[in-house]
Design a protein around this ligand. Sequence first.
Ligand SMILES: Cc1cc2nc3c(=O)[nH]c(=O)nc-3n(C[C@H](O)[C@H](O)[C@H](O)COP(=O)(O)OP(=O)(O)OC[C@H]3O[C@@H](n4cnc5c(N)ncnc54)[C@H](O)[C@@H]3O)c2cc1C
Length: 401
Amino acid sequence: MTTARAPRRIVVVGASAAGLTAAETLRAQGYDGALTLIGEEPRLPYDRPPLSKQVLAGEWTAERTRLRPPEAVTALALDLRLGTAATALSPSSRTVSLTRGEDIGWDALLIATGVRPRRLPWSGLPGTHVLRHLDDALALRERLAPGRRLVVVGAGFLGSEVASSARALGAHVTLVEPAPLPLAHVVGRHVGARVARLHREHGVDLRTGTAVAAAESTHGRLTGLRLSDGTHVPADDVLVAIGSEPATDWLAGSGLRLDDGVECDERNRAAPGVYAAGDVARWHNPLFGTTMRLEHRTNAAEQAVAAARNLLHPEQARPFAPVPYFWTDQYGIRVQAYGHLRGHEESRVVEGDPDEGRFLVAYRRGPALVGALSFGLPPKTLRPWRAAVAARADWAEATRA
Ligand SMILES: Cc1cc2nc3c(=O)[nH]c(=O)nc-3n(C[C@H](O)[C@H](O)[C@H](O)COP(=O)(O)OP(=O)(O)OC[C@H]3O[C@@H](n4cnc5c(N)ncnc54)[C@H](O)[C@@H]3O)c2cc1C
């Protein structure tokens, strides 16, 4: 058996939660070779969850979102290329090309380029927003004030959080969602119905079962939307929050398997010497026996740690088999979940009462408990359910009253 030579030149593409955590892990594991971190954004790495919450609400300054103080980034002794995008990858010549026309060689590469917001054909019209970058949040924040009319297209987690923050600022909010209930396809009808009620109780004009048919504009600026039910919604601003797409355009022609993300095996490996982590990575999670790609902050960090370790020590590489976790905050209520809820076959309220706004929902696929979500309950209520999901507990036993 041959032992792979330890890498001396590692390149990480994507300088955010996953990319920075990967770089930190490599150093913490004793890697002292060349380490290049390439990030398209010109800023030092910052955190995204506060963008739709504290930043939009005006509670946090932009600086407060920094993932690490500048000294901590300097201490990593990186070849840090901010404001530079990777434009192509050649696994055979082991190079990555940059926007400046330079090619960088590597012995091992970690892809952490995240996702980009999906757009609509009229998304370029002034008055239309997406929310992924800090600058997006600051630009939207500028526009929100009492009496301003914001239309949010898409009542997923992001759209719902923005509706909540915008209402707190006194803006009029219309939330447009083609499904009959927000979020129900992911978290089930109990949670969807409760979220719908929350929006309405907080004065959001929630329009479900209807889609956007067209944008209306005057003098090149957006003035409102026409919906598929024939109604017209006037708007000063529109946020398009209809999901994201993995940022893999730069990998076209690289030979990597791209299918809703960079396809990896259960050890985070996409090709020899090439690993991926965070929102961009689709991998086989052996705990659930399925491939998944998560857009959760905690996963970005955990997967980056796992991928960086496996990259450094391929002979001892371990499967990455986490119980996924996410949280969302809306109208001062924390919703948290463990497990793989998407594709569940049954959801059941096992504690509390949705009508009272505090409850816990369990999710089943096949005979197994695959997830649990707490709505407005203290974190300790959910913790035992994490262990039960990790143990792939039997549904009937786990949900017995
Ligand atoms: C507004 C908002 C709120 C959120 N709230 C929550 C929450 O409450 N709970 C939760 O669990 N998760 C939340 N998330 C999701 C969470 O932020 C993500 O899961 C996390 O940021 C993923 O980190 P990442 O490093 O994989 O990708 P990203 O954070 O997307 O970072 C990828 C980086 O790579 C850069 N990049 C892309 N292409 C290239 C290229 N070709 N070359 C160089 N650089 C490139 C990008 O510019 C970006 O800086 C939220 C996300 C957003 C946008």
